[in-house]
Design a protein around this ligand. Sequence first.
Ligand SMILES: Cc1cc2nc3c(=O)[nH]c(=O)nc-3n(C[C@H](O)[C@H](O)[C@H](O)COP(=O)(O)OP(=O)(O)OC[C@H]3O[C@@H](n4cnc5c(N)ncnc54)[C@H](O)[C@@H]3O)c2cc1C
Ligand code: SF4
Length: 460
Amino acid sequence: MPCQAPEERIRNFREVALGYTEEQAVLEAQRCLQCKKPKCRDGCPVEVLIPEFIQAVAERNFAEAAAQLKEKNALPAVCGRVCPQESQCESKCIIGIKSEPVAIGRLERFVADWEMAQEGQMAKEKCTSATSTVSPKGKKVAIIGAGPAGLTCAADMARLGYDVTVFEALHVAGGVLMYGIPEFRLPKAIVEKEINTLCQLGVNVQVNMVGGKTFTVEELQQKGYEAIFIGTGAGLPNFMGIPGENFCGVFAANEFLTRTNLMKGYDFPNALTPVRAGSKVAVLGAGNVAMDAARTALRLGAEEVSIVYRRSEKEMPARAEEIEHAHEEGVQFKVLTNPVEIVGDEQGWVKGMRCLRYELGEPDESGRRRPVAIDGSEFFMEVDTVIVAIGQGPNPLVTQSTPGLELNRKGTIYADEEGRTSLEGVFAGGDIVTGAATVILAMGAGKKAARAMDQYLQSK
Ligand SMILES: Cc1cc2nc3c(=O)[nH]c(=O)nc-3n(C[C@H](O)[C@H](O)[C@H](O)COP(=O)(O)OP(=O)(O)OC[C@H]3O[C@@H](n4cnc5c(N)ncnc54)[C@H](O)[C@@H]3O)c2cc1C
Ligand code: SF4
């Protein structure tokens, strides 16, 4: 896929991957074998009609492709950009056994962008026809959290004729799509457009509403919400638990990314929340969040940015494409390395990290080879900023204020496959159930929960 050149893009926030042209999309779509029993569809948690939409692209019928795509996926322009396609739909593509699988995600992005360029006309028509055929059910449903899980659940419930209100803690809807994933991977205007399309279904989104503080689940029930979906995500950052983590210049990746993406901190004083990237930055961790933080720090003007990870590059959890883009942009990879202490100066600012070198031992319970510290390998790494990106846990505000809601060991909500929790009429899905995962899994969970909520409400 055509991309902005690395030397140009490291100093701007514009989108890196530029998308297919019509010609490229049609040629790629023509590679699809149109299998009788398509396996790719099984690899998509929201059951996108993959061969059908690809066939339409191959025939240059982009409007039909968009209709097929939107039949199942409420956020195709988002998924086409950030889904880990290589381990989802594309991993099941038969062509992939012998050569490159069909680029399903890129085709999805092309179709969604094409449709947006038609001023969302198709989306409007589809929304109107989808809602005009169902009679209102006269029942109120509440969704807590406007991330991909909550929004998908909201869209499906609205399509079924329920009166849906989404309560969101932040001042904008979108969840991680707005505050976490940077503009250069997922332009915010695109997320906003997709969310607007959902709002045209009649979903009422109320922002600045913090579940567990502004309202509780019990209060929603008293106000007549007959089913409630909790999709509050996993936005609570983990820390290393090493000395020095409270020196100035240490950030949680979530804070760093939120200040940049949502609060536009780089535009201080025009935006009121400043962000400081420093000049020598260490990012601890190697998932998508770590890659996003490292590449953001570069764009904010840092001179040297390193990913510090205690395993090797092979074990990194980030998407391959994101690792490749980080390399191209000059992010350094300090693998088999981990800090044991962050060291500060007399004023309390970070001046470096005491680190150990590691080697890989036998596989652990995660199936990845266990990192083992090498005796006597300690060294000092000079940095002025440390960004911790070693995972997030569930935000406890809603769970703590909801008596009787059963939790898993790590504080995530216990829910069955269809999203039913231990409380009658209360459903949950996305990262708040699974722990930090992916956009498409959160959307799949929102979809399944909507089906179960409909069944529950019909049987009441
Ligand atoms: C930086 C970053 C990069 C990522 N990159 C990728 C990627 O490339 N591909 C991918 O598939 N996944 C990626 N992920 C993971 C993916 O974004 C999440 O798995 C997904 O967003 C989870 O969706 P969700 O709806 O469960 O939660 P979220 O997206 O977290 O949404 C939860 C929403 O609930 C709101 N909320 C929280 N508490 C309350 C409350 N008490 N009351 C009301 N509202 C509340 C939050 O403000 C938020 O809007 C990334 C995550 C991060 C942080
Ligand atoms: S939504 Fe994601 S998993 Fe599903 S077809 Fe699109 S890219 Fe593949």
